[in-house]
Design a protein around this ligand. Sequence first.
Ligand code: FES
Length: 173
Amino acid sequence: MATIIINDESMEGKVGERLLNVARHNGAHIGFICDNAGTCQGCRCQVLAGAEHLNPPTEAEQSWLPAERLAEGQRLACQAIIHGHGEIRVLSRAEELRRMVQAVVRPPSGARGLDNLPPLLTTLGQQVTDQLALFPQNVISNLRRVGLRRFAFPVLDRKRLFADVARVRERQQ
Ligand code: FES
C-alpha cells in the first residue's frame, strides 16, 4: 500500500492503481469525465511530492500537457499509475481552482477578494495558452489514440459518474 495525499487528505492506494481511482474511491475532489481515456483533462493535477513513485507521463499526457508543465509535475490522474510504496502528494486542478475562487468570493477577514483575482486569472489563462500552443496536434493525436466515438462520447458509465460526483459534493459539505 502507498500513502496518497490528495488535496491534503490522506488515503491508501495499491501499487498498479491509477491515482484517479484512488481519488474516486475516496470521494476526493478531482475532475473525471472520460473514464480513464485521457481525453477530458478533468483529472489534471499537480504532483507536489513522490513523483518518483509514479509511471512516466503517457502519450495522452504528453499530448495535453506541454513539456514545461510535465517538468513542473503536472499529470493527468487517470494516467498516473502508482509504482512504489512511498508517499505521493497531489493537488487536483479542480480543488486548486475551487480554493482560488473561494479566496476571491470569500476572502479571509481583513483581506480583499479582488486582490486574489490575479492568480486565478493567471492559472486559467495559462491553461488556455497551453492548449492553444498544442492545438491541433493534441486533438488529432487523441482522436487517433481513442477513436472519434470515444473522444466525442467520453462517459462510459453515467451511473458511476453521477454517484462519484455526489460523493465528492457530500464530502465537501
Ligand atoms: S479522467 Fe479524463 S483525462 Fe483523466
